[in-house]
Design a protein around this ligand. Structure first.
Ligand code: ATP
Length: 220
């Protein structure tokens, strides 16, 4: 799809990467709110393939299936499965390089990071390449704050104005205080393991899938 020369902004591709084991309402609501607040037409939820940094992650086939069910009625959200189709460990820089090649030099590419993930950014494989390929949107979970100085190490410019930020193809970051959503996949998995209700934290279609496949009960 070519962009018209009269369009005021370059094309945009915004990614929320994660394990999504399982996807929960915190992911969905924060991605939606982010799209609305910054005026993006879509946020692409991208489950990682081989999560080299986490042990015992559910098979990608289940995580992708749950994500697809979760976004079925969400107009602003889509699933990008590309990382689950690659062999070997999933490195974000490889994904960003692939996106950059596909979308061209002018496209605004942004990767969403929660506070926890932002703290670990400098441990990522080839992390210095991230800002040569993309921007970062920092979102903060309930009660979490990024300690002072963390972003000073980033070779990136901070933007306060979303319009200017969205003009950048790469090399920038913006911080977004979203309404806090308490859910975490860890808490959801623990609740399911101990037979507690997660009804208001996970979409019903995802819960049905979890039941049908006996996930998170210690038998998958
Ligand atoms: P886990 O508990 O297994 O570590 P998680 O709930 O943090 O999982 P991930 O799939 O690792 O989920 O997260 C994907 C992205 O979504 C990360 O950037 C993470 O910071 C963000 N995120 C997760 N939960 C929330 C939430 N409740 N509100 C806002 N962002 C969230």
């Amino acid at each position: 799809m070519d962009i018209s020369v009269t369009d005021p902004l370059p094309r945009q591709y915004v990614v929320m990467g994660g394990t999504f084991d399982p996807v929960h309402n915190g992911h969905l609501k924060s991605a939606q709110q982010l799209a609305q607040t910054l005026g993006y037409s879509a946020v692409h939820l991208m489950p990682c393939g081989d999560a080299y940094h986490k042990q015992g992650v559910s098979q990608a086939i289940h995580r992708v299936a749950m994500l697809k069910l979760a976004v079925a009625d969400e107009p602003l959200l889509t699933v990008d499965e590309r990382e689950t189709k690659r062999q070997g460990a999933t490195y974000t820089v490889d994904t960003l390089a692939q996106l950059r090649e596909e979308l061209g030099q002018d496209t605004h590419i942004s990767w969403i990071l929660g506070t926890d993930a932002a703290l670990g950014l400098s441990d990522w494989h080839n992390w210095q390449q991230v800002f040569k390929l993309a921007n970062i949107i920092l979102i903060h979970r309930a009660g979490e704050h990024l300690p002072k100085g963390v972003t000073d190490k980033w070779a990136a410019n901070e933007y306060l104005d979303p319009l200017s930020f969205k003009q950048q193809s790469h090399g920038g970051f913006i911080q977004l205080g979203l309404e806090p959503f308490q859910e975490s996949s860890t808490a959801i998995r623990q609740a399911l393991e101990t037979e507690q209700s997660v009804d208001h934290h996970v979409p019903q279609a995802v819960l049905n899938y979890i039941e049908q496949h006996g996930l998170y009960r210690g038998n998958h």
